[in-house]
Design a protein around this ligand. Structure first.
Ligand code: GLN
Length: 196
């Protein structure tokens, strides 16, 4: 059985559990670094990246999360989670986990578009995906080795690099579990490759 963790420090945590379950995997809320040892993939949820970073430091998660990534175990960062995995943050000298070769702009859609919904064409999904954006970031620059999965208004809002998946929107907030399914497939493939 696949076990997928959701970093349980802050943000939209429980909503992910339903999707994970509907896709036949087991979901676990991660509150302590030691729990990372028992999961096959990890979701960094939406919320507030600055708050999440403070809690990551307070509970000693920074190195364990980086090590998790070094093992090649898949990580899905949504919204604030995308901010956490980026190597660079626009207009900031600091970044957090420093994993993915992208630069992410926070609260990037501006005030008029604080929160909005859109139907996106996403690479790997047959039909458009109903995406919910909440004070969302976007990727304003990506390295060549990053695969762009979706754009909105010419801005990158979903991408993949090896075992890392990110979305600017919140796929857990609608019934449509196809985006989470992309992640579950990554986790499944990675697990199969590491065992055999
Ligand atoms: N604006 C938040 C941040 O920069 C992200 C918002 C969200 O996760 N919905 O951390």
């Amino acid at each position: 059985e696949l076990t997928i963790g959701i970093l349980g420090l802050q943000g939209a945590i429980s909503e992910h559990l339903n999707h994970i379950k509907s896709l036949g995997a087991k979901g676990v809320i991660i509150k302590k670094p030691v729990q990372l040892e028992d999961i096959d993939g990890l979701i960094l949820p939406g919320g507030e990246s600055t708050t999440m970073r403070k809690l990551i430091d307070r509970y000693g998660f920074l190195e364990p999360l980086k090590n998790f990534s070094k093992l090649g175990k898949p990580i899905f960062g949504t919204c604030a989670g995308m901010v956490l995995v980026a190597k660079e943050i626009t207009d900031s000298t600091e970044s957090h986990l420093h994993l993915m070769d992208v630069r992410v702009k926070r609260n990037a859609f501006g005030r008029q578009r604080d929160s909005f919904e859109a139907y996106l064409d996403i690479k790997g999904l047959k039909d458009p995906f109903h995406a919910v954006f909440i004070r969302a970031p976007y990727i304003d620059s990506a390295n060549k080795n990053v695969e762009i999965l979706a754009t909105f208004d010419d801005h990158i809002v979903a991408a993949r690099q090896n075992h890392l998946l990110v979305s600017a929107f919140h796929p857990e907030l609608t019934e449509d579990n196809r985006f989470l399914e992309l992640f579950v497939h990554m986790v499944k493939n990675q697990k199969a490759a590491s065992i055999y």
